[in-house]
Design a protein around this ligand. Structure first.
Ligand code: FES
Length: 69
């Protein structure tokens, strides 16, 4: 559950392949290493937000607490 600062209206790419060295954000490694494509999202409001770090959230890129199950 990495907590990151995001800005309202800014576009982000959330890594879904697990190869990024800048997780939870995509760094383009998927193009070489395969395994998925980034999930693009726009910041809904500025501030801290918990993104999914375990892959279990059903509300990606956001954490929904599934890591506790
Ligand atoms: S590096 Fe993982 S989706 Fe782009």
């Amino acid at each position: 559950m990495p907590v990151v600062k995001i800005e309202e209206g800014k576009n982000y790419a959330y890594c879904t392949c697990g190869h990024s060295e800048t997780t939870p954000f995509c760094d383009g490694s998927h193009a070489e290493k395969g395994g998925g494509r980034p999930l693009r999202f726009k910041g809904e409001s500025s501030g801290d937000v918990a993104l999914c770090g375990c892959g279990k959230s059903s509300n990606k890129p956001y954490c929904d607490g599934s890591h506790n199950n």
